[in-house]
Ligand binder design. Structure first.
Ligand SMILES: [Zn+2]
Length: 63
């Protein structure tokens, strides 16, 4: 199962949760405040796994 990163809109914290694909789109309870006012962020691991075909500029090339 992949890790997904969530952001809690109530307390503003970010947390990672190990969830199945079918559960990923559901709201996860925040470990800090226990509320489910959370939003799924882009998966860090998914971004890493596709890094071979997509490489983001590391040094801020748009500045
Ligand atoms: Zn919270």
């Amino acid at each position: 199962m992949p890790f997904y990163e969530y952001k809690c809109k109530d307390c503003g914290c970010n947390f990672e949760q190990l969830v199945s694909i079918s559960e990923a789109s559901k709201k996860q309870a925040c470990p800090h405040c226990g509320k489910k006012n959370t939003e799924k962020q882009l998966s860090v691991f998914a971004a890493k796994s596709s890094a071979t075909s997509f490489t983001a500029p590391a040094g801020g090339g748009f500045t």
